[in-house]
Structures are given as C-alpha cells and as structure tokens.
Design a protein around this ligand. Structure first.
Ligand SMILES: [Zn+2]
Length: 221
C-alpha cells in the first residue's frame, strides 16, 4: 500500500528515504501506550532516529489521538525541529527529543503523560527528583544488573518555552550519564533507548516503577 511518506521524494535534499517500518513501529507502540493510559487526550509523543548525519528524526505529529495514528501522522524533522517531510505539525516538544537523542547518542525517545508520572513529578519537584531502589524490575534498565540499584529520577520544572527547556534537558543529561529518564513537573516522563525496542522496554519498566513508588508512598504496607 502506498502512503504519503513513501511518496515524499527526500533524496534530493540529502535526506534518507522515508522508512515506513519505523513509522509503523511508532504507530503500534503509540496504540499500546494509549491503551495503558499513558497517552490519553492526544498527549505525549514518540520519536525514532532515521539518520544521525544528516540528522533526521521521525516523530509523531502534534495534537493527534494516539489510538488512531496512521503513516501520515509521522513527520520527519531536522535537529532544529524543521519539517523535512510530512504534512503534520511536529510535536511542540521536538527539541526535547533532539536534546535526549544527541546527549545520549540514542535512537528513540518516548514521552508519556501517565497518572503516576504526573503525581510523582508534582510531589518531588521541590527535591529535584527522587530515588527508586531495591526492585527486581530495575534490571530491565540498560546497564542495571541487580535489584540492589538506586535509580535517580530527576524532575525538571515544566515550561512552554521549549528552547530553554531543551537547554536544561541537555545540561541535566550531560551532568549525569547514569540517568535513564527524567520527569517534567505536572507533565510527564521522558525515556530513551538505543532502538525502539529498548525505549519501549524502558518506558514499561519505568512506568511500572513509578506506579509502585507512588502507591507505596500512600500506603501502610
Ligand atoms: Zn508532553
């Protein structure tokens, strides 16, 4: 089946051919995350790197229902967030994805708006973050080999100024190479990975841990 992305001739611009497989991965994962309640109400965005040089990132379009994305809803952007191909407006948070991709030298960034991520980000903003430790599930994170691990989850203050926020994200990731994620206060979670599978696993692991941490914080167990 032909689709809009496949029809876009980007070769003349020195941009790699559109890759519908990557777009299909993002669409499928967006649907799964929506069903888990992490991308309700058009929230959140997913991206996957197509090429590092020249920099080409595929990312979900802005303001779209994540339960019904199609190939036309994925756009290609450069590292300034400029659209290279596709009809949709890229996510307003594109620059945060770019900052994480460049700082971590990774290939996929997933951003969710889950209930537990939102609650914990509000609770711990004043502390700059919080620690999650002692769970077997932590071993699902890259380079973590034991439950005896303390994972720092930093919280940055939310902003609508994506340029300044992307500088803060860049500084945060540059100063702590052990991070697997960060939260924006009252907003949501950012997670990354060397490929879409790893970013998906990291998102599942961290959303699980955020919920456990959040629920235990309010119980006598
Ligand atoms: Zn968001």
């Amino acid at each position: 089946m032909r689709n809009k992305l496949q029809e876009v001739n980007v070769a003349d611009q020195g941009i790699p051919e559109a890759n519908p497989n990557v777009s299909l991965d993002l669409i499928k994962i967006a649907y799964e995350f929506y069903r888990r309640g992490w991308l309700f109400g058009t929230s959140g965005n997913l991206s996957a790197l197509i090429s590092r040089s020249p920099f080409v990132l595929s990312i979900t379009g802005s303001g779209l229902d994540k339960s019904k994305l199609n190939l036309r809803d994925i756009v290609y952007v450069d590292d300034l967030g400029k659209v290279l191909s596709g009809d949709r407006k890229p996510s307003s948070e594109t620059l945060l994805h770019v900052a994480a991709i460049k700082q971590r030298n990774c290939s996929a960034v997933f951003h969710t708006h889950s209930i537990w991520g939102t609650i914990l980000s509000k609770k711990y903003l004043k502390d700059g973050g919080f620690q999650i430790e002692g769970y077997e599930m932590l071993k699902g994170l890259e380079n973590v080999v034991s439950h005896d691990h303390a994972e720092w989850v930093p919280v940055l203050e939310n902003s609508q100024d994506m340029r300044s926020l992307s500088v803060k994200v860049n500084d945060l990731l540059e100063n702590d190479k052990n991070l697997h994620c960060f939260l924006l206060s009252g907003h949501g979670l950012y997670v990354w990975g060397n490929n879409v599978e790893t970013a998906k696993r990291h998102t599942e692991v961290l959303e699980f841990l955020l919920e456990v941490h959040g629920r235990l914080g309010n119980s006598d167990i």
